[in-house]
Design a protein around this ligand. Structure first.
Ligand SMILES: [Zn+2]
Length: 195
């Protein structure tokens, strides 16, 4: 596995600091889990954050600080609320997707599997779309992406990704807004995909 496409260092910093939206963070973490280079960067960033905290001048805590901290420790983990189903939703042409996360702000994370050689309908995005290739590879107008690669598609990108012919392509995708499909058939496709 040769990884050629990595998240922007700002996104690695945000992941290390726990500041990424959970859906987007899931995709960056999937890349980091497969990329020794970015994993090393995360270790440095985390250590740097710890040193910076240690170097901060002592500050008196408010009276409620301890109670608030204990309450947060006891609170249930809010990051990944349970979805009604984690089953695969099959769509035409052997394409399937599996929803993993749906945040209150509309951000989603899901797996999308596109059979070898099949092409997605042309679309753009109303928000950010971040992708980590988990298996196989695909190409679009911006390049070719293989296992472990991280891809960021902003609202300005219009593309029609096509899985390479030798293997199904499974991606982990996070989006902060719905896709924008052109044409009746693609819009019907989006209706089935609910994305
Ligand atoms: Zn990387």
């Amino acid at each position: 596995m040769t990884i050629r496409h990595h998240p922007h260092e700002l996104h690695l910093t945000q992941l290390a600091a726990g500041l990424l939206d959970p859906a987007l963070g899931l995709v960056v973490q999937a890349h980091v889990d497969r990329c020794p280079s970015c994993e090393a960067d995360i270790e440095v960033l985390t250590a740097t954050g710890g040193v910076l905290l240690e170097d901060l001048p002592p500050t008196a805590l408010g009276e409620e600080a301890l109670a608030h901290t204990l309450a947060r420790i006891d609170a249930p983990e809010p990051v990944f609320p349970a979805l009604p189903s984690l089953r695969r939703h099959r769509i035409a042409g052997g394409i399937w997707y599996r929803p993993l996360y749906h945040g209150a702000n509309g951000a989603r994370a899901y797996e999308l599997n596109v059979p070898a050689g099949r092409q997605m309908p042309e679309h753009s995005h109303s928000g950010q779309e971040w992708v980590c290739v988990l298996q196989g590879s695909f190409a679009d107008s911006t390049g070719r992406y293989g296992e472990g690669d991280f891809v960021e598609c902003g609202a300005e990108i219009e593309h029609s990704p096509k899985a390479d012919a030798d293997e199904d392509c499974l991606c982990l995708i996070a989006s902060t807004g719905p896709m924008r499909m052109r044409g009746l058939v693609p819009r019907a496709f989006q209706l089935f995909l609910r994305l």
